[in-house]
Ligand binder design. Sequence first.
Ligand code: MN
Length: 246
Amino acid sequence: MPSKLSQYRAKRDFKKTKEPSGQARVRGADYPRFVIQKHDATRLHYDLRLEVDGVFKSWAVTKGPSLDPHDKRLAVEVEDHPLDYGDFEGAIPKGEYGGGTVMVWDRGFWLPEGTESPAEALRKGELKFVLAGDKLQGGWVLVRMKHARDGGKRNNWLLIKHKDAWASSDGDAVLRKDHSVASGRTMKQIATGKGPGPKVFMLSRSKAAAADAVWHSSTGPGADAAPARRARKPTVHKPKRAAAKT
Ligand code: MN
């Protein structure tokens, strides 16, 4: 268990929230993954998560990503999240940390630009990267702001689209693509537990959760997934093994 997640765990009571505790098996991948979760909490925001060294480095993008390179979107760095969090879609109970509805708004793979490691680029405060997702593609940059707003911590970054073929002058058009890439559902359907459950991307099993995500124990999202586990054999791992040899 990476100690990087101690802050994540300290903020949550896994007996009350259905969020993953970071103990589920995550499948391997040929490229680092990213997930953006639309989160209708106290204030609506979009959580950008980039897989770096076994965890999701995470930023809350208050207005959501913009395809317009002129828009500099505030991205507030938050605690590292476990990789299994990338499959979480459902409701966090009111009164719990981050209470509200969570949608898997986009996901896919990402790569850093340049030769620096992502950890080093983030330490220095500028990470240029390329996204290959369902909704977001092309070049982006995260730049840490020079001055902290509230003394001490420099948690504020800017998320900016590079000028390339995937940029657009209608920066917010992409935000109107408002269905889950994991389940096809709307926020309302997710909030009420209706429609299909999310398809997995991170987890080593074929189903992330039921549509109404009934995960009430501290054992994480696997607690209700016994039938799904039986079904995973024919679908998972085989292509990855073959690819790893080349
Ligand atoms: Mn959030």
